[in-house]
Design a protein around this ligand. Structure first.
Ligand SMILES: *[C@@H]1O[C@H](CO)[C@@H](O)[C@H](O)[C@H]1NC(C)=O
Ligand SMILES: *[C@@H]1O[C@H](CO)[C@@H](O)[C@H](O)[C@H]1NC(C)=O
Ligand SMILES: *[C@@H]1O[C@H](CO)[C@@H](O)[C@H](O)[C@H]1NC(C)=O
Length: 289
């Protein structure tokens, strides 16, 4: 029967793109399918399990894994191709790139073909194709995005706060592939203890695409001064230096307790930068002329 099918296939597709062994691709695919169904011999070629071969978001520096699940692979090989430069990275379990960060992993008891990328960088982001060596080959594309999570404390790097007002530190975590499972706060390198005799210390964390964590310290006193660090479990830590001002401070009174002296400073820096940019811009034009 197989020989008959092959013969039929050859007849049906004479002068066409060729006889595919998977019933996909090529101009004659529909005719081939029709023949197969009539003979009750519908051939089952390899099929991608798209639900298990998805886009991946990975962290800079942390091993990334692209998974390709193929049903009914038979004895065909699975290759990984990077689209950016149409580079064959791996084929079967062999690695074809000199970049040793790329590793092909396959457990024979599964239908999963994994491309591991060690120490991924942002430039590794892009389209990767898992290709099955049928004739012609079939492929499934996946997008890898390598992201670097960003942690910031609003109003940092230095905050000036009046005695007796509330210290409100807002830590924002962006671009993390998933919300940080935990966010630790430390004061002077020591874990903040929310049940300490000091009292009046609390944290409110809102998780989401952007996660924010507010550390609130009521009735600030000079001993609350010092470095505060926000350390998300899956992103870089960020610190802020808090100065609790003792005694009267006229400017602070007008600003409802929390003084943000860094704003005028950044404004000054910005104007210097703009001036410098203007300078270099003129230089460039002069160079061109
Ligand atoms: C795959 O197996 C078929 C028979 O099942 C054989 O004809 C074919 O040569 C094999 N292909 C490879 C690449 O081993
Ligand atoms: C994968 O990512 C690409 C590029 O961002 C996008 O166009 C495509 O829709 C994504 N696919 C899925 C299944 O999310
Ligand atoms: C703390 O500051 C943030 C950002 O300015 C603000 O959204 C939040 O409401 C403040 N929380 C309290 C309790 O003051």
């Amino acid at each position: 029967m197989t020989a008959l099918l092959a013969a039929l296939c050859a007849l049906t597709l004479v002068g066409r793109t060729g006889c595919t062994d998977n019933g996909l691709g090529g101009n004659g695919a529909s005719e081939l399918d029709y023949t197969d169904v009539e003979l009750g011999l519908a051939q089952r070629g390899p099929k991608f399990d798209v639900a298990h071969s998805k886009n991946v978001t990975a962290l800079v520096g942390k091993t990334a894994q692209l998974n390709c699940r193929v049903h009914d692979l038979g004895n065909r090989t699975v290759s990984w191709i990077r689209h950016r430069d149409i580079h064959l990275l791996t084929s079967g379990r062999m690695t074809y790139t000199s970049d040793q960060r790329f590793i092909s992993v396959h457990n024979p008891h599964t239908e999963d073909w994994i491309l591991k990328i060690r120490f991924p960088q942002r430039r590794d982001s892009g389209v990767y194709e898992c290709q099955v060596g049928t004739t012609p080959p079939i492929g499934h594309r996946m997008y890898l995005s390598v992201v670097e999570p960003l942690t910031m404390i609003l109003g940092g790097p230095e905050l000036f706060i009046n005695t007796d007002s509330t210290i409100n530190l807002t830590c924002v975590v962006q671009h993390s592939p998933e919300p940080p499972p935990t966010i630790r706060w430390t004061h002077k390198e020591e874990e903040i203890n929310y049940d300490s005799p000091r009292g009046g210390v609390s944290v409110i964390t809102e998780k989401g695409e952007t996660t924010t964590s507010h550390l609130l310290v009521q009735k600030a006193r000079p001993s609350d001064s010092g470095r505060y660090t926000c350390a998300p479990a899956n992103a870089n830590p960020k610190s802020v230096l808090v100065h609790v001002l003792s005694g009267e401070h006229p400017a602070a009174m007008q600003h409802g307790g929390q003084l943000r002296l860094q704003y005028p400073i950044s404004a000054a820096l910005l104007s210097i930068m703009v001036t410098l940019m203007g300078y270099f811009y003129k230089q460039d034009i002069r160079d061109i002329l």
